[in-house]
Design a protein around this ligand. Structure first.
Ligand SMILES: [Zn+2]
Length: 311
């Protein structure tokens, strides 16, 4: 087992010490790569990546697991949600990266070259960010490896799963898309949020990781303590933004099942006068929601998963 710090060659990254874990099983098998902390304030996912290495055992593991528990160390230490402090860019919109780009673009490039390439599967663990409440879900991309990516999502076992088609993507430049475009099955797995180190959110990630390594025939973990729940698959992700800056006041909790036309909340001015009412554009489930009242014009309010399908 290796517990060390990676040094990256890109010019804007030479000062970084990126925590790195790797375990090679005594028997052959696939290479699974785990990423945590692409977003620096999503703590449950980072803890889960670290703690997973406490239950892996070289003697029984078939294959290799390599992992970065806290990738965006600058965002972590500066408590910068969503974006890297150096360039204001969202690292998970910056993949596959640019060798001589900005900080986030260089970091994405280094991860693509050193950690995504050469993997047989990729799990990128996330949570709701510092000001984001979230219902656990997985996300995967349309690609030549759609079926294997979906199988990872099903193995991870979170109740909701969002399939992103190539056309009309809500989120571009993600780890999962870069991996899938390289023919590497990949998911983003989300559990936890609001900067809170909730034990159950970490446990949900850890259970997902044990199920995934079982699915890849790398381990034989007993996962019967938590029976699998049927997964609801969605093919559309509406990200709803605010027309006005002001005070965001949601009227449904995260996880709510809503119908077309339902009121999801309103944005008030700072005297309490309603500026706009936020209405559901379709039936669906609220998978994440901004938990801070402070919102700018065009600021993200919530994510509504829609268009249920049966794979
Ligand atoms: Zn994230």
């Amino acid at each position: 087992m290796q517990r060390t710090y990676l040094r990256l060659a890109q010019p804007l990254l030479t000062d970084l010490e990126i925590p790195y874990l790797e375990i090679c099983g005594d028997q052959d098998g696939p290479t699974l790569t785990l990423l945590g902390g692409v977003h620096g304030c999503e703590y449950t996912s980072q803890a889960a990546v670290r703690e997973f290495f406490d239950v892996l055992d070289e003697g029984t593991l078939r294959g290799r697991v390599r992992a970065v528990p806290t990738l965006n160390v600058k965002a972590f230490y500066s408590r910068s949600p969503f974006v890297s402090p150096d360039d204001g860019k969202n690292l998970n919109r910056s993949f596959p990266g640019i060798a001589l780009g900005t900080y986030s673009e260089q970091l994405a490039y280094a991860v693509t070259e050193n950690l995504i390439k050469g993997s047989d599967a990729l799990i990128d663990l996330h949570a709701g960010d510092l000001v984001e409440a979230l219902e656990p879900f997985t996300l995967y991309e349309e690609s030549d490896v759609t079926e294997s990516s979906r199988a990872l999502a099903e193995a991870y076992g979170l109740r909701y799963s969002v399939f992103q088609r190539r056309q009309g993507k809500t989120v571009a430049g993600a780890t999962s898309a870069t991996a899938a475009d390289l023919g590497i099955p990949a998911i983003i797995a989300e559990s936890g949020g609001r900067g809170i180190m909730e034990d159950d959110a970490v446990a949900r990630h850890l259970l997902g990781l044990r199920r995934v390594t079982n699915h890849l025939d790398m381990t034989d973990f007993d996962t019967t303590e938590a029976p699998s729940v049927p997964i609801e698959h969605f093919a559309t992700f509406h990200w709803i933004r605010s027309e006005h800056q002001g005070w965001w006041s949601p009227s449904v909790p995260v996880g709510a099942r809503v119908h077309l036309g339902d009121t999801l909340g309103s944005v008030l001015d700072l005297l309490g006068v309603e500026q706009s009412s936020v209405v559901a554009p379709s039936d669906g489930v609220v998978l994440f929601q901004t938990s801070s009242p402070a919102v700018l014009s065009d600021g993200l309010l919530l994510g509504l998963a829609a268009d249920v399908f049966k794979p």
